[in-house]
Design a protein around this ligand. Structure first.
Ligand code: PAF
Length: 326
């Protein structure tokens, strides 16, 4: 019998080892993320892949969709719910539109530092919240992170809330953030991430806010002149899976995926630690005008004025127990 070209190729591949065990993996899954392969998301995605290659080479194959190639984060989360996207690494930016309780972690000036945030996310409050996702047809396996968000813009150096007043700033589609920006007199303009670079270049908005991890890995210094270390809000990230993918795995494979996800978030936090230590220097060297001595207390004072609204939404008890976690 005459063999087709494809059959010949497959046979040859198996014999020559071109076709790795991984390429024959049982569960190939699409992993979407908004940032580049060398960002904290990309590093986490590769750590996940490497761990799966080590512990389950025949079972999994990861297909990377970096740089928002599958859409903005809101669309990606919808894809996770529908089962058209298997997995994603996202910020909480758009998540509260799906799992409203998550918004409590988006309250500005709530976390003191990275250690505080990690303690809460890894503790009972954070872990209980991960379970809420299932009600919304999303599997959330772990909290990752981006770091603390800072303001960048093309108009002026921002040191005080007065300096920030009137700036048109792109925000995520997150009304907990938007409420705080409005209190500061900032013209908050929610926008999906893939639209941000053109909007900054065309001057549709004056600036944006994101952690150093994003500013460095996406080279925002090329399109933004001023960086102010406002550190106004901690930015958690999440590793999500679609129930239609995850629930079809055997319990053993689900455990392997959980194990690999843990490794991924450790890699993500390590990247954030490193970039938080070196990123400002990198950005200054790249020509960015950096305001380090921001009057954070003045920003915090204004935002604390709207905490009663957050208490109504999430309960004072929960917010206080997060703030008081040592
Ligand atoms: O600003 C955002 O939308 C998010 O922080 C980003 C950059 C997409 C990373 O998740």
């Amino acid at each position: 019998m005459k063999k087709s070209l494809l059959q010949k190729f497959l046979i040859a591949s198996i014999f020559t080892g071109i076709c790795t065990t991984n390429a024959l993996a049982e569960h190939s899954f699409k992993l979407a993320y908004a940032l580049s392969k060398d960002s904290h998301y990309g590093v986490a995605a590769h750590a996940l892949e490497e761990k799966l290659d080590e512990i389950a080479p025949k079972e999994f194959k990861v297909e990377h969709f970096a740089n928002s190639t599958l859409g903005g984060e809101r669309e990606v989360i919808e894809g996770i719910q529908l089962g058209t996207i298997d997995a994603a690494i996202v910020s909480t930016g758009a998540v509260l539109n799906f799992v409203p309780q998550v918004g409590v972690f988006d309250i500005p000036f709530l976390f003191r530092d990275l250690q505080h945030a990690r303690k809460v996310l890894d503790g009972k409050i954070g872990q209980d919240l991960l379970k809420e996702f299932e009600q919304r047809n999303i599997i959330a396996l772990a909290w990752g992170e981006q770091g603390f968000r800072h303001l960048t813009n093309n108009k002026r150096a921002v040191k005080t809330p007065e300096d920030a007043k009137g700036l048109k700033i792109r925000t995520t589609e997150n009304d907990v953030h938007i409420q705080a920006f409005k209190a500061l007199g900032i013209l908050a303009t929610p926008m999906a991430w893939p639209e941000v670079a053109p909007a900054l270049q065309q001057g549709t908005v004056d600036g944006q806010e994101n952690p150093i991890s994003v500013i460095v890995s996406m080279k925002l210094n090329q399109i933004q002149k001023y960086l102010s270390l406002t550190g106004h809000v901690y930015s958690p990230a999440l590793v999500l899976f679609s129930p239609s993918f995850y629930n079809n795995l055997t319990p053993e494979n689900q455990e392997k995926l959980k194990e690999a996800t843990k490794v991924a978030v450790v890699a993500m936090r390590k990247y954030v630690d490193e970039v938080e230590a070196s990123g400002v220097k990198t950005l200054k060297e790249a020509g960015m005008n950096v305001t380090e001595d921001v009057n954070r207390a003045a920003f915090a004072k204004i935002v604390k004025g709207i905490y009663p609204d957050y208490y109504k939404r999430y309960s004072k008890e929960l917010i206080d127990s997060i703030a008081n976690t040592e």
